[in-house]
Design a protein around this ligand. Structure first.
Ligand SMILES: O=P(O)(O)OC[C@H]1O[C@H](O[C@H]2O[C@H](CO)[C@@H](O)[C@H](O)[C@H]2O)[C@H](O)[C@@H](O)[C@@H]1O
Length: 241
């Protein structure tokens, strides 16, 4: 897959994933923090795009703001279950009522094996096994079993499996942003690394734009590819006049 062309900021609507795209993967979620160079670049990109910039992440909106220093107004958090509009309004899906009970079960499971980490989000539960990869099969088994029992959506990611409140995905979030007056008529470009980004690659392509996969080649709906977050930052910086 080829490298993406330089962005034409006068007509682009830019959608960026966070972990594995804007930030390198770290051993735990909390190890990712603010970076002055990245935050300056996002601030400048947003200005030159006249606000046509959104971050679409699996993290909660509060966590995205912690990492990006509130440089980006338009956000989709928890893979699309939370949203902040270009006008700054929050549109959040009601959390599934059984999430606290399921969190208790997953916490007991995680406490039984060292290296497992449960990251509770208001609308989703992320069970991380990066600290103990051999536990992958057991983590997937319990996630699929509890997901089926309680009607939660199972979302697999990089050394993580999530149980989500059923609802919109990143592709839906991209489409909603593209209908907003701030974004409408522009060419959507989605940059991401994970399986959850595939919905947004497809949505960008459907709306006349394209996706950029970050990381090793794999079957994907993205048209172009960049090696890693360093290459993403360099490509974005080149686009800033
Ligand atoms: O959609 P994203 O912005 O890529 O968020 C996806 C998940 O990212 C975080 O987990 C991942 O990154 C961690 C820090 O590098 C890493 O330790 C973990 O193994 C990865 O799965 C975040 O913690 C999750 O809530 C997001 O859903």
């Amino acid at each position: 897959m080829a490298q993406p062309p330089a962005l034409d900021l006068s007509r682009t609507a830019l959608f960026l994933d966070l972990d594995g795209t804007l930030a390198a993967i770290e051993p735990t979620p909390d190890a990712v923090g603010p970076q002055p160079r990245r935050n300056w670049m996002l601030h400048e990109l947003s200005r030159q795009l006249h606000g046509r910039l959104a971050v679409l992440s699996g993290r909660s909106i509060d966590d995205i703001d912690r990492i990006l220093g509130e440089t980006v107004r338009s956000l989709a958090g928890v893979h699309g279950l939370e949203r902040r509009t270009p006008q700054g309004e929050r549109v959040d899906l009601k959390p599934h009522p059984d999430l606290p009970a399921v969190a208790g079960m997953l916490q007991s499971f995680a406490a039984g094996q060292s290296g497992l980490l449960l990251e509770p989000k208001e609308r989703s539960l992320a069970l991380h096994y990066r600290g103990h990869p051999p536990a992958e099969a057991a983590c997937l088994e319990i996630a699929h079993r509890l997901g089926a029992a309680y009607g939660l959506t199972v979302q697999e990611g990089r050394m993580v499996v999530e149980l989500r409140t059923p609802g919109p995905d990143k592709g839906d979030a991209l489409q909603v942003f593209m209908n907003d007056p701030v974004f409408v008529g522009a060419t959507p470009v989605m940059v991401g690394d994970d399986l959850t980004d595939e919905d947004a690659f497809t949505a960008a392509e459907t709306l006349g734009g394209f996706g950029v996969l970050v990381g090793d080649p794999r079957p994907t709906a993205a048209r172009y590819r960049l090696d890693d977050p360093k290459a993403v930052l360099a490509w974005l910086e080149e686009s800033i006049a």
